[in-house]
Design a binder for this molecule. Structure first.
Ligand code: PMP
Ligand code: GLN
Length: 370
């Protein structure tokens, strides 16, 4: 969709990256680190400064202690953390429970590493977890469940009740959980992000994945981190060793600084984004979309059925192409985030971490078009 957006010079509310970049001082620290520190291979698990900062951050942000020497790993973005987790944790034939819709990297990583995906669909009317189907998906072959909360593409923040239900199943079946928590700070007022790892009995079963790209609005940096019990971190690190081995050290120094010193930036992200979400939500509703509930991330999902004739067969891909080419606004078809058959075909994802002026222009274009 980004390629189509560039071709038609549309306003791109598709791909998830923020217009407003993160802290200036972190950028300066990258430059300084290149000049002040060595520029040869840093340690495989990450530089001590970054690992210590990740451990402090885990405790301070989520109340989950982590021993920096045995329970932290620095990766090339959350993407490599995911790749290393799938590669390090799976044996051929292991089953992995995934929710649909889902971030597009999970299924290929699962299959490429010999895993068998067991996909459970969130209810597309309100993104609730279908408890019966989830319980049925667990078997003695389940190696882990992947929980992405706050959730891309829906913006769902898993409730304590959902998480407790998942935790009970993990404990019943002796299963691990991989937690993609890259949007942990992007939660709107009134909601709270809870990590599955903080629930009783789950500390030794979960690995948590974080991303500097999301935490500091610096998506080009590709620095991520993993925290978890030593035996799981060792397994993930065994894969990391042969995927990227290590992570550019200058970026690690800057991220270590940011985790400690730029708390106001990432702790304020949810609040600043909430205003943008409210604006876009209201405008889309005025245009005629039905906006689905969300409590976090920088995405919202809208149903375009009220905008097309009842007998129209136009699907989400066609609608997004038309929106880009004719209305000059780009969104992402939500069916792209489905692995299972028969995805909903009238939902599209908008990304709202964009300059206010750009959001205003996009909404004006939509008002004019519909
Ligand atoms: N997980 C989810 C849910 C994401 O949306 C993203 C963002 N692209 C990633 C992982 C990857 O993060 P990173 O850019 O740090 O590799
Ligand atoms: N996570 C971002 C998104 O969902 C961007 C990642 C990508 O473009 N692959 O839009």
């Amino acid at each position: 969709m980004t390629a189509l957006s560039i071709e038609h010079k549309s306003i791109n509310l598709g791909q998830g990256f923020p217009d407003e970049e993160g802290p200036e001082e972190m950028k300066r620290r990258v430059g300084a680190a290149v000049l002040e520190h060595g520029n040869q291979y840093p340690p495989m698990f990450g530089i001590p400064e970054a690992r210590q900062a990740v451990a402090r951050y885990s405790e301070a942000s989520s109340g989950i202690p982590a021993n920096w020497q045995t329970e932290t790993l620095i990766t090339v973005g959350a993407t490599e953390a995911l790749a290393s987790a799938f590669m390090g944790l799976l044996n051929r034939g292991d089953e992995v429970i995934l929710f649909d819709p889902q971030y597009d990297a999970y299924i290929p990583l699962c299959i490429a590493n010999g895993g068998v995906p067991k996909v459970v669909k969130l209810d597309p009317s309100d993104w609730s977890v279908p408890h019966d189907q989830l319980a049925e998906a667990f078997t003695e072959k389940t190696k882990f469940i992947l929980v992405n909360s706050p959730h891309n593409p829906t913006g769902k923040v898993f409730s304590r009740e959902d998480l407790q239900f998942i935790a009970d199943l993990c404990m019943k079946w002796g299963t691990y959980a991989v937690l993609d928590e890259v949007y942990e700070h992007l939660v709107f007022s009134g909601s709270k992000h809870i990590s599955l790892r903080s629930l009783p009995g789950m500390h030794e079963r979960c690995i948590r994945i974080g991303s500097a790209g999301k935490t500091f609005s610096l998506t080009a940096w590709k620095v991520g981190w993993v925290t978890g019990p030593p035996k799981l971190i060792s397994a993930v690190a065994a894969a990391h060793q042969f995927i990227t081995f290590t992570v550019p050290s200058a970026m690690q120094y800057a991220v270590a600084y940011g985790l400690d010193k730029e708390k106001p930036f990432y702790r304020g992200l949810g609040e600043s984004l909430h205003k943008k979400r409210l604006f876009l939500e209201e405008q889309l509703q005025q245009v005629g979309f039905r906006v689905l509930p969300a409590q976090g991330t920088y995405f919202l999902v809208a149903d375009f059925r009220p905008l097309i004739p009842d007998d129209s067969k136009e699907d989400d891909v066609e609608f997004c192409r038309r929106l880009t080419i004719e209305a000059g606004v780009t969104a992402i078809p939500v069916s792209a985030f489905y692995a299972s058959k028969n995805p909903p075909r009238s939902l599209i994802r908008f990304c709202f971490c964009k300059e206010d002026e750009k959001l205003q222009r996009a909404c004006a274009a939509l008002h004019q078009y519909f």
